[in-house]
Design a protein around this ligand. Structure first.
Ligand code: UDP
Length: 254
């Protein structure tokens, strides 16, 4: 079979041209990076799990009316998505203090925030994804005020829905990062959820023990990294059919 044309390779995913105009194929790698790629490694089976987890969460979100770029999963490591114009922002939501928030402001990790916080980072590796304010975003034209209104409304819905869904399986959604894109249909533009939602870009803690089940296991050398991702998939009821052994296996088209 002729290999599709590769359009972009990121740290954890590759984008290929899709089978129809306006579509792309998103391929999930096992590569892991942290600290703006200063730390590199491989998490065996991560791509397979993130493909499934992101499919599951985006599908549930679509069911409550959150528009996403996701169309369908193609195989173990690939999903078909709509081609969107990515807005160059990382939108971070925090429910519990952790990571850079704790470091920058000296807030104890694990402290529940009195209300959820949304932060914006400008997606630019050369600049180390700096935090920016709404003023920067509109001033430099990365997104309009109307775009930001839509982004905030969608982000809050995603946070409420995912917090509840995860709490139902004993996981606290501490914080996460979203990306959005513009989808053009005829002359109409809609903001839709893009990228992925997985333990690569969420902090997920066991609600009872506080144990971490996300990329912090890799970032902080906590060990049992694969197991963390597997546990999230297991609790969501979506471990690949044959269990963990199935994860680096052949890519069977469905
Ligand atoms: N995050 C991400 N990509 C980034 C930076 C952060 O997906 O480039 C996610 C991260 O996994 C966490 C949340 O955004 O769930 C908040 O991250 P934080 O600002 O605390 O930065 P970190 O401690 O990860 O450097």
């Amino acid at each position: 079979m002729a290999r599709r044309r590769q359009l972009y390779e990121g740290k954890a995913k590759i984008l290929f041209e899709g089978p129809e105009p306006g579509t792309l194929v998103q391929y999930f790698k096992d590569d892991a990076t942290a600290f703006n790629a200063k730390k590199k490694g491989t998490i065996t089976g991560k791509g397979v799990l993130n493909n499934r987890i992101s499919e599951y969460l985006m599908t549930r979100l679509a069911e409550i009316g959150v528009p996403t770029h996701f169309i369908r999963r193609l195989n173990m490591r690939e999903q078909l998505i709509r081609e969107v114009e990515i807005i160059p922002l990382e939108v971070v939501v925090r429910n519990v203090a952790a990571g850079s928030l704790s470091q920058r402001l000296g807030i104890t990790e694990g402290q529940r925030l009195p209300r959820s916080i949304i932060e914006y980072y400008y997606k630019n590796d050369a600049l180390n994804d700096p935090m920016v304010a709404e003023e920067h975003i509109t001033c430099f034209g990365w997104a309009s005020t109307q775009d930001l209104d839509d982004i905030v409304a969608l982000t809050l819905r995603v946070n409420d829905f995912l917090s509840g869904l995860l709490l139902g399986v004993g996981i606290t959604l501490v914080d996460f990062k979203l990306e959005f894109g513009r989808l053009w249909e005829n002359d109409e533009m809609r903001i839709v959820l893009a990228d992925e939602i997985s333990p690569d870009n969420c902090r997920l803690w066991d609600s009872k023990t506080g144990e971490k089940m996300d990329k912090d296991r890799f970032r902080r050398d906590l060990g049992k990294v694969e197991e963390g991702y597997q546990e999230v998939a297991r609790r969501l009821g979506i471990l690949p059919e044959a269990g963990p052994r199935d994860m680096s296996g052949p890519e069977v088209m469905q």
